[in-house]
Design a protein around this ligand. Structure first.
Ligand SMILES: Cc1cc2nc3c(=O)[nH]c(=O)nc-3n(C[C@H](O)[C@H](O)[C@H](O)COP(=O)(O)OP(=O)(O)OC[C@H]3O[C@@H](n4cnc5c(N)ncnc54)[C@H](O)[C@@H]3O)c2cc1C
Length: 351
């Protein structure tokens, strides 16, 4: 049996949750599908910047205590150069700083508070879009069955690897350049200040940069390099430096995980969608310097909801409305990468 919704959102990250929440607020019948079982793990440092905090508070309410990791708030990002000098980039001028959260819990809380219908273990495997409807083919991983859904609008909130983007424009997809990010979670100890998020900008630790932070006593560190480059030598250099300069002692590996990202954000090649298919968050190319992406995921999710709502009431073109509504966000992404390059003294995405 085919299920019908006004809008289907693919992905339960912050962009999907914000799109869903915005649409539910405007009276649309919304389904969010997610391929993983909820609450799902998401590779992230879990720092909620001021803009993300504001959008979260306005649309979802105060972040519940259960979502926080210890230390609950971080004061600043501390960027280290190759000489061991650092500069601090405070997360707030006043107040507590930036919430230090677990993404699995934060994203789960967001999606529950979107008030949309949510199906987890449900993977989008194909779709066809005509002028007025989109037909989706999905696969329910837990029940081993195919699901057919039709909707008026489809939103890709799939993150950087987007089946929808690849199907809409295979040529664009082929032109993308990719990086690999990798992160370790260890039980252990270090002398590094846990109230800061640490970024190491020396390119011997990663083509992009290397990072370190602490959550609930876990020593979390990772790096990112151009896809195809051997990451292990960068990670070894980095781990040795942390051991010698910051007393890092690793006792037990708890998790290691990687992901892919692309150069849409640094080249300004955002992909906002076609007709009744919209892309939000990282799927559309929104990611700020040093990998901050929650704020633009939330903001573009809300913009997509507004564009759909305005288009339905005015008859105006949805993508044109969405393009206009995301103008400021696209500008901010470009500014953030310029600022990042100035802090690092080099291109932060040499892909
Ligand atoms: C190492 C690292 C650290 C980071 N730290 C921070 C940080 O501290 N602060 C910050 O603001 N940002 C951070 N980011 C960036 C941030 O995590 C992302 O920008 C943000 O999650 C993007 O949100 P999104 O909603 O676009 O996509 P995502 O959060 O990636 O969500 C996409 C969802 O779509 C699902 N999905 C994909 N394809 C399908 C399909 N075909 N069918 C069904 N479901 C599908 C995925 O399973 C996933 O759950 C970090 C990123 C990395 C890699």
């Amino acid at each position: 049996m085919t299920v019908k919704y006004d809008v289907v959102v693919v992905g339960v990250g912050p962009s999907g949750a914000a799109a869903a929440r915005g649409l539910v607020n405007k009276g649309f019948k919304v389904l969010v599908i997610e391929k993983k079982k909820l609450p799902r793990y998401k590779i992230c440092s879990g720092i909620i910047f001021k803009k993300s905090q504001e959008i979260t508070n306005n649309y979802f309410g105060e972040i519940p205590h259960s979502v926080y990791a210890s230390p609950n708030f971080l004061k600043a990002a501390r960027f280290w150069d190759h000489n061991g000098n650092y500069i601090d980039w405070p997360f707030s001028k006043d107040g507590d700083g930036a919430p230090n959260i677990w993404r699995s819990e934060y994203d789960y809380w967001l999606i529950e508070n979107s008030l949309a219908d949510v199906w987890d273990c449900c993977t989008l495997i194909g779709f066809t879009a005509s002028a007025h409807y989109v037909s989706l083919e999905c696969y329910h991983n837990a029940r081993n069955e195919k699901k057919e859904i039709t909707c008026k609008y489809l939103i890709s909130a799939e993150g950087s690897l987007s089946l929808i983007r690849a199907r809409l424009d295979p040529e664009f997809e082929k032109s993308l350049k990719w990086f690999v990010a990798y992160q370790n979670y260890y039980e252990g100890h270090s002398d590094i200040d846990p109230y800061f998020y640490h970024g190491f900008l020396d390119s011997q630790y990663g083509d992009v940069y290397a990072w370190f932070n602490i959550k609930d006593g876990l020593q979390i560190f990772g790096t990112a390099v151009k896809k195809g480059v051997k990451l292990s030598s960068y990670l070894n250099n980095y781990t040795k430096m942390l051991e010698s300069k910051f007393g890092l002692r690793l006792t037990k590996l708890v998790r290691k995980v990687g992901c892919l990202g692309n150069d849409m954000c640094t080249t300004g090649r955002f992909y906002l969608g076609k007709r009744n298919v919209l892309l939000v968050g990282e799927s559309a190319g929104f990611l700020n310097a040093f990998g901050e992406g929650i704020s633009c995921a939330l903001s573009t999710g809300l913009s997509a909801a507004e564009a759909i709502s305005k288009s339905v009431s005015s008859g105006d073109d949805t993508i044109a409305l969405y393009t206009e509504l995301t103008k400021q966000e696209r500008r901010q992404t470009a500014v953030s990468w310029k600022l990042g390059a100035r802090i690092a003294g080099r291109n932060l995405m040499p892909l």
